[in-house]
Design a protein around this ligand. Structure first.
Ligand code: GLU
Length: 490
């Protein structure tokens, strides 16, 4: 029975890397019909906060990938490391009793001096085993008498530590590369590697799926498992997420907190789709997946070994595809999602008008992020930007101010003769035909007529086409905007 876990430390806001790790755990668990656990690794009391913990839990729950057991399930207890001190103390006692670990009384100064000497000799910094030979009973007495001591794991000498990483294949470390590392600051103050092992054992974790940055912890954890006489889980280390320049994903080059992406108007499903592809693909290179499809198709053997570049353009594209689909499937629901992004930026007193614009084929594919929607819709509401005469009288199309003096009044006249309600796209063709008709009537070129009309209606170099603008601006506003253009000519 597969049991996996996501085990974030609450030392920062929910990070994009944590979301990807959670997603892979979730997909693997669901694909295998197993269980996923959300536990909080808050042993680092100085850096852990309740605010970060809440942000992480809420975020994973909101994204729907928090799993089946853990801190987010009401009534579930013991999924926070701060709630499990007794279990850790009992494991530490066992290790001490069996002489698999020992108390170390070395002072900070001594350890620092040792490290300096080693560095000067170009040796890797290692604990020299000074306290490894102390009599355990004596040590115990000293500690009971109040003397401070850390607890170190006794590392077997000359031992290969091999594991078959599900993604990276056989991975070998040697005990020579390790020293007797500290597993607790005191009997009731365990450190990270001990707590993870204790949790993974007690929670019956079968697969540890986590970022590659943890790979150097794996041999240490395996040794702790062995010292405690337990089997260890299978390990799968996920490739790092990289900035475009191939450096490790960093705040300086990319946003890393998931809220930043949601606040910018990426849809949660699109983000998950994008993150699923950050280090995994299907043989046919499919790009868009429903959650059901991801669950059905996700296997660890297709996770890449090499780093995964965070390509924001791809995220934008995927999000655009999800936006298109959301508009087609349920424009009312989509409008509710968009509302916080447009409120206060464009008038929302006529939701139906906005829904019509969002669904208009001429706007299809224009919206990548929800935060861009107000800007895209702005030409259809309120005041136009002030624009220069040269924009109307585009040299490229050989448009002269004289021409504009005929074209613009003609456009006003033609539009005045069509009857339409603002937003009635069924009139689009008629409006278009009438405006195009001016070209023949005045014996001008297409661009000489349609360019200035479009600019007059939008005030912009680029905008939706003239007929779409007219439909959604409404008759009166079109007349007003054509007048503004005309004023620039006379
Ligand atoms: N607490 C660790 C982190 O937030 C995860 C450790 C693990 O998955 O084993 O990076």
């Amino acid at each position: 029975m597969v049991r996996v876990r996501i085990a974030p430390s609450p030392t920062g806001l929910l990070h994009i890397g944590t979301v990807r790790t959670a997603l892979y755990n979730y997909l693997f668990a669901k694909h295998e019909g197993g269980t996923m656990i959300l536990r909080i690794e808050d042993t680092d009391k100085e850096r852990s906060t309740k605010e970060y913990e809440k942000d992480i839990i809420d975020g994973l729950v909101k994204l729907g990938i928090a799993g089946d057991e853990g801190v987010h399930i009401p009534g579930d207890k013991g999924y926070r490391q701060s709630e499990r001190t007794e279990a850790y103390t009992s494991d530490l006692k066992k290790l001490l009793e069996e002489d698999k670990a020992y108390y170390c009384f070395c002072s900070k100064e001594r350890l620092e001096k040792m490290r300096e000497d080693q560095t000067a000799k170009k040796l890797p910094p290692r604990y020299d085993g000074c306290c490894a030979g102390l009599d355990p009973a004596e040590s115990r007495k000293k500690v009971d008498g109040g003397e401070k001591a850390v607890i170190r794991l006794r590392i077997p000498q000359d031992k290969e530590i091999k594991f078959d990483d599900v993604i990276r294949g056989e991975t070998v470390f040697h005990s020579r590369e390790l020293d007797d590392f500290v597993i607790a600051r005191a009997i009731d103050d365990p450190l990270y590697n001990l707590t993870v092992v204790s949790d993974d054992h007690d929670m019956k974790i079968t697969h540890v799926i986590r970022g590659e940055d943890h790979i150097s912890n794996t041999p240490k954890q395996i040794l702790i498992f062995e010292a405690l006489g337990w089997d260890y889980p299978k390990y799968a280390h996920l490739p790092l997420i990289l900035n475009e320049d191939k450096s490790k994903l960093s705040k300086r080059k990319n946003k890393v907190s998931i809220d930043d992406y949601l606040n910018e108007g990426y849809l949660p499903e699109a983000l998950l789709n994008f993150l699923a592809l950050l280090g995994w693909n299907t043989p046919d290179e499919q790009e868009i997946f429903s959650m059901e499809e991801l669950i059905e198709k996700f296997t660890l053997d297709r996770v890449h070994k090499g780093g995964a570049v965070f390509d924001i353009k791809k995220l934008d594209w995927i999000n655009g595809e999800y936006v298109k689909k959301a508009i087609k499937d349920d424009v009312d629901g989509f409008y509710e999602t968009v509302l916080p992004f447009i409120d206060g930026k464009i008038p929302t007193d006529d939701p139906d008008l906005i829904k019509k614009i969002l669904s208009d084929p001429d706007f299809e594919g224009r919206f990548k992020k929800l935060s861009e929607i107000p800007e895209e819709l702005a030409p259809l509401f309120g005041e136009m930007p002030d624009y220069p005469l040269e924009l109307l009288a585009r040299e490229k199309f050989q448009i002269t101010p004289e021409m504009l003096k005929t074209v613009l009044p003609k456009a006003k006249e033609v539009l005045g003769a069509v009857d339409w309600e603002r937003g009635d796209s069924s009139k689009s063709q008629e409006i278009s035909d009438k405006l195009v008709g001016i070209v023949g009537e005045l014996g001008l070129k297409n661009g000489q007529v349609l360019w200035p009309i479009r600019v007059a209606l939008s005030g912009l170099e680029r905008s939706p086409n003239f007929a779409t603008l007219a439909v959604y601006l409404g008759k009166e506003e079109c007349a007003r905007r054509l007048d503004i253009a005309l004023e620039k000519v006379v």
